[in-house]
Design a protein around this ligand. Structure first.
Ligand code: NAP
Length: 238
């Protein structure tokens, strides 16, 4: 592509699952890619830096390491996330706080840190990985759905705050994707979910990665504050 510009990309939680596939996709498209990981490594061709997204100092140190190796982060994918599913009456304060602090607080921390360089460069692409649960709700996921719905408000506020500075903020909302996160679900529940998906199967991490790479590309410069579902039609576009 004649007008292709390689970017410095950082993916949080890039050692496995969807984050790993996203990092691979950006590498295959010719970008400089770093991943944060608490353990393990990102895919071949990436720089792995250690960071827990609940720790602002660790996030800061990870960014400094990426900046000195690859340059300022131009594309940030806030992907790291956890579930602690439990019905409301059994959900502890700790289950609630841990999920919100990782999924929503973690995204806030990495976006805040990345925005410094993006504002200076007057260029940035921020992609937040939400979930169909954040839009539809899901029994047993009061904590998770709240954190994932919160990301939408975050992206839209970022769009209003940073939109005039060449920075876009969009949400990708996967449905059921084959990763460790869904492998944990009981087989019966998985079969029930599969029946509800119009496409009739779970998605692959690569299918999410391709949507993320596109929304973060120069081709999507005029899209911000959007929610892109990658869910086999489960949410009918929502
Ligand atoms: N799979 C699905 O069906 C699905 C659907 C909708 C949305 N999503 C979202 O997509 C994202 C990736 O999910 P996945 O399915 O790939 O999950 P996964 O296989 O469980 O991987 C989660 C990733 O997040 C990292 N992570 C968790 N807590 C962290 C923390 N405090 N600090 C830094 N990294 C942390 C994990 O690192 P460690 O290896 O160190 O634990 C891992 O790399 C999540 O935000 C998830 O909510 C997934």
């Amino acid at each position: 592509m004649a007008d292709f510009t390689p970017r410095t990309v950082l993916v949080t939680g890039g050692n496995r699952g969807i984050g790993f596939a996203i990092a691979q996709e950006f590498v295959s498209r010719g970008h400089r890619v770093a991943v944060t990981a608490r353990s393990g490594e990102g895919p071949e061709g990436t720089l792995t830096v250690r960071a827990d997204v609940t720790d602002a100092a660790a996030v800061d140190a990870a960014f400094t390491e990426v900046e000195s190796a690859l340059g300022p982060v131009e594309v940030l994918i806030a992907n790291a996330g956890i579930t602690r599913d439990q019905l409301l009456l059994r959900m502890t304060e700790e289950d609630f706080d841990a999920v919100v602090d990782t999924n929503l607080g973690g995204s806030f921390r990495v976006i805040k840190r990345a925005s410094k360089g993006m504002l200076r460069a007057k260029y940035g692409r921020i992609v937040l990985i939400s979930s169909v649960s954040g839009l539809f709700g899901n029994a047993g996921q009061v904590n998770y759905a709240a954190s994932k719905a919160g990301l939408i408000g975050m992206a839209r506020s970022l769009t209003r705050e940073l939109g005039g500075r060449g920075i876009t903020a969009n949400v990708v909302a996967p449905g059921f994707i084959e990763t460790d996160m869904t492998a944990e679900l009981p087989e019966e529940q998985q079969a029930e979910y599969r029946k509800a998906i119009p496409v009739g199967r779970y998605g692959t991490a690569q299918e999410v990665a391709q949507a993320v790479a596109w929304i973060a590309s120069d081709e999507a410069a005029y899209i911000s504050g959007a929610v892109i579902p990658v869910d086999g039609g489960l949410g009918m576009g929502h």
